[in-house]
Design a protein around this ligand. Structure first.
Ligand code: IPE
Ligand code: IPE
Ligand code: MG
Length: 264
């Protein structure tokens, strides 16, 4: 198979049909390192360099929202040296990259159980959020100490509080209003979810939001992921027909039943 370079690949992209929101489960750092006889942390270091390149490439392509799964709630169960190294790397990434990203109009936020993070990391996150809050370019959502079930339970708690306080009636509980209680409120659901390292699972990522997201699973380990493969994943996405429960014919003839297309 002939391999195309970045420029050639970009030309194959349909700029009018870009996924508005791309979510990535950045997996395979440990295996990347092990394959080279290195410690797992080396894989995370290499992985954080790839984050930088993929954020830049996504912004340049015109993606509106990029969600990155950086650390799950379950990842706290890893050996504490690895957890410490990951927290250190996340801190370093935010510290070294935020100025440049903010200068380029990018808005940055972090979702997850922030109470479980160190006060220094929490302060840094608050600072980056505040400094980038008015930006209107791509939104980068970093999922950190994040769990999809946790997010849903937190949303339920906030909703029940509003019901108890009389701010919300039972009839006000709908799929739409529920979305407004999630960490991702106000952002469109992911159109495309990329998972690297070949694992065919969701690992507790954005359970509510990915109901109709297109999945792209690649064997590439995250530290080997490139902007070329990002483009290939988008080209693959653009070849698909998103039916949202309807028939292929309804989608092909937009006049019929178009009103029912959710998220279109
Ligand atoms: C992804 O790589 C990074 C995090 C989960 C923090 P892994 O560390 O899970 O790498 P593998 O899956 O062990 O190869
Ligand atoms: C998912 O990867 C979490 C992140 C990429 C941050 P894991 O490596 O933790 O997932 P499992 O354990 O293989 O499902
Ligand atoms: Mg993994």
């Amino acid at each position: 198979m002939r391999m195309f370079g970045y420029r050639e690949l970009s030309k194959k992209l349909d700029k009018r049909n870009l996924p508005k929101h791309i979510a990535i489960i950045m997996d395979g750092n440990g295996r990347w390192a092990r394959k080279r006889g290195l410690g797992r942390v080396k894989g995370h270091e290499q992985g954080s360099k790839v984050v930088k390149r993929i954020v830049e490439a996504s912004a340049r392509l015109g993606v509106r929202v990029l969600s990155l799964y950086a650390f799950s709630k379950e990842n706290w169960n890893r050996p504490h040296e690895e957890v410490d190294a990951l927290m250190h790397l996340l801190h370093k990434y935010l510290l070294s990259e935020s100025d440049n990203l903010i200068k380029n109009g990018i808005r940055i936020t972090v979702i997850g159980d922030l109470n479980s993070l160190s006060p220094t990391l929490r302060d840094l996150i608050a600072d980056v959020r505040r400094r980038s809050g008015k930006n209107t370019g791509m939104l980068v959502i970093i999922a950190l100490s994040y769990g999809g079930r946790y997010e849903i339970v937190e949303a339920v708690k906030a909703m029940v509080k509003d019901v108890q306080a009389g701010r919300l009636g039972i009839d006000g509980i709908t799929e739409e209003s529920f979305g407004g209680y999630l960490f991702t409120k106000g952002t469109p659901d992911p159109d495309l979810l990329i998972r690297t390292s070949g694992e065919k699972r969701i690992s507790n990522f954005m359970l509510w939001q990915i109901a109709y997201t297109e999945l792209y699973i690649t064997k590439t380990l995250w530290p080997d992921f490139t902007r070329e493969e990002l483009i290939r994943s988008i080209i693959d996405f653009q070849k698909r027909q998103r039916r949202f429960g309807m028939t292929g014919e309804q989608i092909a003839v937009p006049e019929q039943g178009k009103a029912g297309v959710r998220g279109a």
